[in-house]
Design a protein around this ligand. Structure first.
Ligand code: SAH
Length: 235
């Protein structure tokens, strides 16, 4: 696979200029040369083959070829609403959810949550999505949603959605039964301290199904990734 670069908007008239981090990566780290082939994507499910036509200190001009559109996604769009873990574990979470094809990560505000989804934190998550997309070949960015409470996340889902809430005390997850006929799946994952009884009751009241992921207590990011892997693969 050619080196991939993120561009903030699609090429115009077969031409695009890389700037900022992307240009630095191409010019300084990879030491790209005029004539080298690369691939660019703008995060909308399309990529373009491209060739370097001019190099500056902090920018690179590329000539782009015909757009290559991704095939339409097969199964339901999977959203993971998760009480963010701290520090490096957030980075890992975003990388893995992007690789696994989750459509959206929603920072979940819970009663026992510890990490706040500040604008700076969400910007870091977005940068992590781009990095993961460059590395794994994904052309459509995973969306980073607004921080939402359990009730708001449930209220926000379009008709035709199914919702699960990860709860060690619930019945085992049945991904096939869940995905059949659904256009959108939302999975809720709680903080290290767990969801409160009231949060689980509110979710169930709004139609969420409690699901267990096995006999062990998983870290937040393990539970989120296990759900993305099982739900995204069964459409
Ligand atoms: N102390 C908490 C565990 C929190 S683990 C408790 O006993 O409930 C963090 C989150 O990961 C949980 O809120 C839950 O959403 C999810 N999780 C962890 N292990 C799980 C399992 N075995 N099954 C389902 N969800 C799990």
């Amino acid at each position: 696979m050619s080196e991939r670069f993120f561009i903030p908007s699609p090429p115009l008239h077969g031409r695009v200029v890389l700037t900022g981090d992307e240009a630095r990566h191409l010019v300084r780290v990879l030491r790209g040369q005029v004539g080298d082939d690369v691939v660019v994507f703008a995060g909308e499910g399309v990529e373009w083959p491209a060739q370097i036509t001019r190099l500056g200190r902090d920018e690179a001009e590329l000539e782009t070829g015909p757009a290559r559109h991704d095939l339409p996604a097969g199964g339901p769009a999977v959203s993971i609403a998760v009480a963010l873990p701290k520090g490096e574990r957030q980075k890992w979470l975003v990388e893995k959810l992007t690789e696994l094809g989750a459509a959206q990560l929603i920072p979940l505000e819970t009663e026992r949550g510890v990490a706040e989804a500040t604008p700076a934190a969400r910007e870091r998550l977005r940068r992590g999505v781009i990095e993961a997309c460059k590395q794994c070949g994904r052309n459509r960015l995973m969306a980073i949603g607004e921080p939402l409470s359990v009730a708001a996340a449930l209220a926000d889902m379009p008709p035709g959605s199914r919702v699960v809430i990860a709860d060690p005390g619930g019945p085992p997850l049945d991904p096939r039964g869940l995905a059949a006929g659904a256009t959108n799946l939302l999975a809720l994952v709680g903080p290290e301290g767990g969801f409160t009884v009231a949060e689980i009751a509110a979710a169930e009241q709004a139609g969420a199904i409690r699901v267990s992921l096995g006999p062990h207590i998983l870290r937040i990011e393990t539970a989120a990734i296990a759900l993305a892997a099982r739900l995204a693969g069964d459409g």
